[in-house]
Design a protein around this ligand. Structure first.
Ligand SMILES: *Cc1c(COP(=O)(O)O)cnc(C)c1O
Length: 396
């Protein structure tokens, strides 16, 4: 792998130089008031990114997986039922985590390549007259398949069924890259990490919690200590942390939010759409298709590209790494070997995306796939030159 080339995996994403500098801090006494000056802007910034006025934000030294566990153990009890669609590796892993925490998962098996099935969710909620379902889990952006789910529609399903379940949303690969509206969508726990849209190294679990979620903590009986929300909220209010905080990463988070806000969140989302659409034009020019079944659910942060039957898509990833020093994502779980993934999120410009498209193209030609050199690049170029591109320099 070349350290000069951008990565095209859907996280961890490329770390801008400004953020590498922002996280490089000398040791500080985290019990001194100086720590609050780092922590509080980061927490306030996350609220703006999540679009929550009502909610609380907590940060733990962990990853997205840790945030899943924190949400589930603080808000639920062993034996509680959660309702979730399984339609990719990440929705699968979250279900698995709930089961290992002793929860009962009511699983809606869904084709990999489709989003959370709103109608089936509403039907399950309507059928649950006794309100045994305590939480609905939604993977906003299924990173394994490149599929976006409609969180607002899941909220409408809960409301239509007059169901009191909590709405827990995994936004690890969408938050800070794709539109997210915690309060408007009635999200009770919004879950993310530092290494995707926030362009930082892995190491922070980030959660937004509604007041309803905070109230649910009192009755939730799952054992928790490291991830206890009460301990964290209480310590944060006094400017501290319940244990030693990763100060550099938290400083980096505040800086990342400043960068995103300098670009403008709306522009950040527009840039991700544009990057994604360029990749999609290239995929079309290659004569290939996406794992995502329809345009309305296409992810703007990752594209899972279906490789021809009988051709192991993992070969593309291996070859691109060995010959060109460029990282793409492999297929996971049910789509292992059937797709390869191009991550297009975080600190990325049109120009960088073109290099990834060009590399994928060289790789496929090397491996004998019927792709013409330049075909995908040209389609993406046409799209990029004709679409809005006024904020590129700030994105870096
Ligand atoms: C990356 C990812 C995770 C897992 O995050 P880790 O930081 O690797 O623990 C969870 N959900 C989704 C949708 C992801 O993309």
């Amino acid at each position: 792998m070349s350290s000069q080339n951008p990565v095209f995996i859907p996280g961890p994403t490329n770390i801008p130089d400004a953020l590498r500098r922002a996280i490089d801090l000398p040791t500080m006494d985290h019990r001194s008031p100086a720590f609050a000056e780092i922590l509080h802007p980061a927490l306030a910034g996350i609220k703006r990114i999540l679009k929550t006025r009502e909610g609380e934000v907590v940060i733990f030294p962990a990853t997205g997986t840790g945030a899943w566990e924190a949400a589930v153990t603080n808000l639920l009890s062993p034996g509680d039922t959660v309702l979730a669609a399984r339609h990719g590796m990440f929705s699968h892993r979250w279900i698995d985590l709930c089961q290992r925490q002793g929860m009962n998962a009511e699983i809606i098996e869904t084709e990999w390549g489709l989003g959370a099935p709103t109608e089936a969710i509403e039907a399950a909620l309507s059928a649950d007259k006794a309100h045994k379902i305590r939480a609905v889990l939604v993977t906003h952006n299924e990173t394994a398949t490149g599929v976006r789910s409609d969180v607002a529609a899941v909220r409408r399903a809960l409301d239509a069924a007059s169901h009191p379940a909590l709405l827990l949303v995994d936004g690890v690969s969408s938050i800070a890259s794709m539109d997210f509206r915690m309060d408007e969508w009635g999200v009770d726990a919004a879950i993310t990490g530092s290494q995707k849209g926030f362009m930082l190294p892995a190491g922070l679990s980030i959660l937004g919690l509604s007041q309803k979620a905070i109230a649910a903590m009192t009755g939730a009986k799952s054992p928790r200590c490291f991830f206890d929300f009460q301990d964290m909220i209480k310590a944060n209010a006094g400017g501290g942390f319940p244990y030693t905080p990763p100060v550099g990463l938290i400083a980096g988070l505040a800086h990342a939010i400043s960068m995103l806000e300098a670009e403008g969140l709306h522009n950040v989302y527009a840039r991700h759409y544009r990057l994604a659409e360029g990749v999609r034009r290239a995929v079309q020019a290659w004569g290939l298709t996406l794992c995502a079944k329809k345009p309305s659910i296409y992810s703007d942060t990752v594209s899972a590209i279906v490789t021809p039957p009988g051709f192991d898509g993992t070969r593309i990833v291996t070859h691109a790494a060995q010959k060109y020093g460029v990282a793409f994502g492999v297929g996971l779980g049910e789509v292992a070997g059937k797709v390869f993934r191009i991550g297009h999120l975080g600190s990325l410009t049109d120009v960088m995306a073109l290099s990834g498209i060009a590399t994928a193209e060289m790789t496929m030609v090397d491996l004998g796939l019927p792709v013409r050199l330049g075909s995908g690049v040209a389609s993406a170029q046409e799209f990029y030159r004709s679409s809005q591109n006024t904020v590129q320099t700030k994105a870096a």
